[in-house]
Design a protein around this ligand. Structure first.
Ligand code: NAD
Length: 474
């Protein structure tokens, strides 16, 4: 399958002779090679998606939903293999890999099938018939950190809505996308409804974004790439949804259970070795709690095992690449230069893990609200503790970043926490570590993006609205 991409219901040779090596971040070894696709591949994929659109859009929602349910079934059957594959290419420990990286997609393909069956596609507004019309050909561009989840929350609602799709997965973790394409094929989707082209963002990504027959781009990735995608897409006025970076704050109010709040924040910040867009990477605590917080942090971090993600009990695997590893370590150095206190962790590579891209879980104290590590997305296991004097100042600090993706509030008084959460300029807020809800809308304020994924709101992004005015009969 090395030089093949999935177009028009078949695995076909890429027009490109080049390939991209996929590395195991734990060992540094090459585990596969995939085609480094090009513009000719994109043109072919978009043509197939464009041709397949009218018939797919004309199917009933239940016909489409049946195929989505079939994908969920096949994902479920192959969940062990998929979890291992994702652990090999992303480095997340196997247990959460199975639970989150594969569990979320299985549940979500089923959810979108149900939503498609139950959705109100038409409604009357005075003398107008309002029709939800699938938007057309959708280009889906995804990152590597929760690869199958990010792919799912684009292609499942798009396909359920009646759109056809061309997917460009991350070049760093494309193997799960190939496995999904095989499942989609086995499920029996008509040719051309789903297409997969591997390659880089600058070549395949930009060819998709600029293509005149692509009606919508659903993008997840860095804010830097999102800006470029938005700029290119504006030339053809296509719809663009953007799920971008974050710098989320976990705010511990002075009546909260400090130990519970710190442990919960560490879990959020270090999940997937900190490579989570929603990571609570800033911990805001009352000034008076700082010394106590340090003791809690030290005892909690000591218990976190870092190492081989296939080994039972490992909590932190490697980060995705040597480039990312170096970037994270530079951030830790910068923080120290800017006056932060290194509470635990280090900017050095753990010697026994030198083959992989490992970074010690690191907690920085006395971080100033405007310090580099308090403002920029690090995408690694680095928590910055910032202290505040009163709730008003805590809110100002929490809202003072270019991002607005996630956040947390900790308090023993739900009403107080809710009042604080209502004032936070961010898309997802968990009170006292409440669990993620796969039916609630997910997305960002400000430079964390535009549009929403998950549930009904995610589904609605894939429609045009058509108003048909009718005569009022007397
Ligand atoms: P990235 O921006 O480097 O790449 C994401 C995808 O975009 C890849 O498929 C890449 O090939 C493609 N791409 C890059 N440049 C492009 C261009 N000019 N045109 C078209 N496509 C282009 O991001 P990454 O390193 O893969 O992922 C990490 C980033 O993603 C972090 O910033 C993280 O916060 C963000 N992220 C956001 C969410 C969210 O839901 N908000 C979820 C996960 C990750």
């Amino acid at each position: 399958m090395n030089n093949k991409i999935y177009i028009g219901g078949k695995w076909v040779k890429s027009h490109s002779q080049e390939s991209i090596a996929v590395f195991n971040p734990t060992t540094g070894e090459i585990i596969a090679k995939v085609p480094n696709g090009n513009k000719a591949d994109v043109d072919l994929a978009v043509d197939e998606a464009y041709r397949a659109f009218p018939n797919w859009a004309a199917k009933t929602p239940s016909e489409r939903a049946e195929l989505l349910d079939r994908v969920a079934e096949l994902l479920s059957k192959k969940s062990d293999i998929l979890a291992k594959l994702i652990t090999s290419e992303v480095g997340m420990p196997l247990k959460p890999s199975k639970m989150i990286q594969v569990g979320n997609p299985i549940e979500s393909w089923r959810h979108y099938a149900k939503i498609a069956r139950e959705f109100n596609y038409e409604e009357l507004i005075r003398n107008s018939l309002l029709v939800h019309d699938p938007i057309g050909v959708v280009a889906c561009i995804t990152p590597w950190n929760f690869p199958l989840i990010q792919i799912t929350h684009k292609i499942a609602p798009a396909l359920a809505a009646g759109c056809t799709v061309v997917l460009k997965p991350s070049e760093l973790a494309p193997l799960n996308a190939i496995a999904l394409a095989e499942i989609i094929h086995e499920a029996g989707f008509p040719p051309g409804v789903f297409n997969l082209v591997m390659g880089t963002g600058s070549e395949v990504g930009e060819a998709l974004v600029s293509h005149p027959n692509v009606d919508m781009v659903s993008f997840t990735g860095s804010t830097h790439a999102g800006k470029r995608v938005g700029a290119i897409a504006s030339q053809t006025i296509k719809r663009v949804t953007l799920e971008l970076g974050g710098k989320s704050s976990s705010v511990v109010l002075d009546d909260a259970d400090l130990t519970k709040a710190i442990k919960g924040t560490l879990n959020s910040c270090f999940l997937n070795s900190g490579q989570t867009c929603l990571a609570h990477s800033r911990l805001l605590i009352p000034e008076a709690s700082y010394e106590e917080a340090k003791t809690i942090v030290l005892s909690a971090v000591e218990k976190l095992k870092i190492g081989d993600p296939f080994e039972e009990g490992t909590r932190l695997g490697p980060v995705i690449s040597p480039v990312q590893q170096k970037r994270i370590m530079n951030y830790i150095h910068t923080a120290q230069k800017e006056g932060a206190e290194l509470i635990t962790g280090s900017a050095g590579i753990p010697t026994e893990l030198a083959k992989g891209n490992f970074v010690q879980p690191t907690v920085l104290g006395k971080v100033k609200p405007n310090a580099t590590v308090a403002q920029e997305e690090i995408f690694g296991p680095v928590l910055s503790i910032i202290t505040y004097e009163n709730d008003h100042q805590a809110l100002q600090i929490a809202n003072n970043t270019i991002y607005g993706l996630g956040g947390g509030v900790w308090s023993s008084d739900l009403n107080r926490a809710l009042q604080f959460a209502r004032q936070m300029r961010t898309g997802q807020i968990d009170i006292n570590g409440a669990p993620f809800n796969t039916l609630a809308p997910f997305g960002g304020y400000r430079q964390s993006g535009n549009g929403r994924e998950y549930g009904d709101y995610g589904f609605k992004e894939f429609f045009e609205l058509k108003s048909i005015q009718m005569e009022i009969l007397k």
